[in-house]
Design a protein around this ligand. Structure first.
Ligand SMILES: [Zn+2]
Length: 170
């Protein structure tokens, strides 16, 4: 069913340099692999930089990556769907901050999950999300969602490659 879900897009950084903003009300933040990721539930029409037909949106701004998830999607999704979308957006953040948008060597391998994931950045982000789900299960706390802290360590962004996807049959 995920084939029909449009996931978030990576938007080019708007500012370079360091920006450290305090969390807004209802927003939670975590440091993942040296990247500060903040989460918020919003109406997709308020994504701003991403099309409103997506269910998630990541906006890197300086040293912070803002992950927004559509509230209506989140409320109707099951725990695995929620976790996959949030981890997918985290994948976009880490691709930029840790891999300099090299996408882990992905080219079009993401098309195994559908046309939407055929681009290098979407293929990488989806692989990150699926690997997270495989390793940690539907555990949003370990992604720092809602200010929580879990016991599972999210995958190192450098290990997410097309070969690993093949090997694990993600
Ligand atoms: Zn995406």
């Amino acid at each position: 069913m995920f084939v029909r879900l449009a996931l978030g897009a990576l938007i080019a950084p708007l500012l370079s340099g360091c920006v450290l903003l305090p969390p807004r009300p209802g927003e939670s933040a975590i440091m993942l692999y040296g990247t500060r990721v903040t989460y918020s539930l919003v109406d997709a029409r308020d994504f701003g930089f991403c099309p409103a037909d997506r269910v998630g949106c990541s906006v890197p701004l300086g040293s912070v990556c803002f992950v927004m998830i559509d509230r209506a999607f989140f409320e109707r999704a099951d725990p695995r769907q929620r976790t996959l979308v949030v981890a997918h957006e985290v994948g976009h953040c880490l691709d930029l901050r840790k891999l300099s948008l090299s996408h882990g060597g992905f080219r079009n391998e993401g098309q195994r999950w559908g046309a939407y994931w055929a681009t290098p950045s979407e293929g990488y982000a989806e692989a990150y999300g699926r690997l997270y789900l495989r390793r940690c299960g539907p555990d949003l706390a370990s992604l720092g969602w809602n200010g929580e802290r879990g016991s599972c360590t999210p995958p190192d962004p450098r290990e997410v490659t097309p070969d690993l996807v093949d090997e694990l049959k993600l």
